[in-house]
Design a protein around this ligand. Sequence first.
Ligand code: IYR
Length: 229
Amino acid sequence: MFAKEKMSYSAMPLPDHAQMTDADAQAAAADFRAFMAKRHSVRDFTDQPVPREIIEDCLMTAGSAPSGANHQPWFFACVSDPALKARIREEAEVEERKFYDGGGSDEWIKALEPIGTNADKPHLTTAPWLIVIFAQRWGEFDDGTRYKNYYVPESVGIATGFLITALHNAGLSCLTHTPNPMKFLNAALDRPDSEKPVMILTVGHPSKDATVPAVAKYKKPLDKIARFF
Ligand code: IYR
């Protein structure tokens, strides 16, 4: 990503970002809140294709996220190839079966009961896109030597949030899926050991009979998530 030579940096003016009146800002904040409240995780997808260009734009939004020292320690492996999706599904289901058949703690399995998940992951082959998100534990200069990355989980988490928001804005649905362990994704997607798979984002359109578990509708009220000092 980076050349090893020291670059010179000059400060840039801020890009135009029109200052809103408080009233406009209040309206915009409320509108965006209502828009984001319509987002929910989807587990049943149709096979309706989604053009790659839409995914590319959403990825560029993700890539605009802030990150430690602006090192952008993320990589998005985007899979639409049916054979590769089938391989990922197969390997994920092997891990999931172990988890649901006793590998996961009783407390964890119980916490998932209301959501109704199990080891079958048809979404991994039905949906048009799997975006596999990797975190770069360290970076490599063009000559192969290493540099440190900073606040990697935080940075990748923020970029993932941008990505989920961008997909929602484009009328797409997704599911954050985390088979455990996920190491098989490095081999399947030819990613180096410096990268840790963080999650699979399944992306597409919800099937007609997709439902949202009642418990997933509940979001904590403001006084439970924030306090003003
Ligand atoms: N990886 C499993 C289990 C799972 C874990 C959590 I935490 C969830 O919020 C949902 C599922 C699976 O995908 O089924």
